[in-house]
Design a protein around this ligand. Structure first.
Ligand code: 1GP
Length: 251
């Protein structure tokens, strides 16, 4: 089954997904085996691979190494058009709809579309919404865009509705890697109530409690990166919290 279809069906049945974000620059290739095995044991649903800025040329190696040790699907989460690899299974085709940088709304997409059309990757369109996480983020600086203020749920809702009306098949609410303040449950609930497509939430989620809260608020997929770089053993509790909150919310 294609990943988007899987996500959509999961949303319909109230089943929630947990993804681990790997920034190939920060992850050590030699640590990939352990992370892959811990993730497999914990029942992690996906790996997201990418970053706002990759300075080392290790994307292919990183993907190959993970694939060697587990069969969790690999989804590219590209910060730019150079972050492409056929070694992944799918690619989030991100349009930065919270910003007004034309290159990141449609420009890079035009350049990469013919290559992606020929690629074996599943292309999943995604309305990417950067939300203020209490600290300036790399993505905000690199993209030259302002995040949505964290208390402006109405802006987030209107942006998500517009993205869905434009045909985007998923929405990503991201407070940015290492956010001090993750996206609020109120904003997640507001956006979740306004659109039908799967909602991915990440940025600054560091505890199972916050992950579960977000799921109950309406997130369909939780993404965690930083907290697992600090403590990979947390993966079990985080995945469990997301999957268990599913059960509780669908009772
Ligand atoms: C960033 O949503 C991801 O784009 C994950 O953020 O690294 O803070 O978990 P963290």
């Amino acid at each position: 089954m294609q990943l988007l279809e899987e996500l959509t069906r999961a949303k319909e049945s109230g089943e929630k997904k947990f993804a681990v974000l790997i920034d190939p620059d920060r992850a050590r290739i030699k640590n990939m085996e352990r992370l892959a095995m811990l993730s497999q044991e914990a029942g992690v649903d996906y790996f997201l691979i990418g970053g706002s800025l990759l300075v080392n040329n290790v994307l292919d190696d990183c993907l190959s190494e993970i694939k060697k040790h587990c069969d969790i699907p690999l989804i590219l989460f590209p910060g730019d058009s150079y972050q492409l690899s056929y070694r992944a299974d799918a690619l989030l085709f991100l349009s930065l709809i919270s910003g007004r940088n034309a290159e990141l709304l449609i420009g890079k997409h035009v350049i990469t579309a013919p290559y992606l059309k020929l690629s074996p990757l599943e292309i999943i369109s995604c309305g990417y919404m950067l939300v203020d996480g209490g600290v300036p983020t790399t993505v905000s600086y690199i993209s030259n865009t302002q995040p949505i203020p964290s208390d402006k749920d109405d802006i987030a809702v209107c942006t998500a509705i517009a993205g869905e009306m434009l045909g985007l098949k998923s929405i990503y609410l991201d407070a940015g890697s290492g956010a001090i303040t993750p996206v609020s449950a109120e904003m997640i609930a507001a956006v979740s109530g306004a659109v039908e497509v799967p909602i991915i939430v990440g940025g600054g989620i560091s505890t199972p409690e916050k992950a579960a809260l977000n799921v109950r608020a309406g997130a369909d997929m939780i993404v965690v990166g930083n907290a697992l770089e600090r403590d990979p053993l947390l993966v079990k509790e985080l995945a469990h919290a997301v999957h268990t909150a599913t059960t509780m919310s669908s009772i």
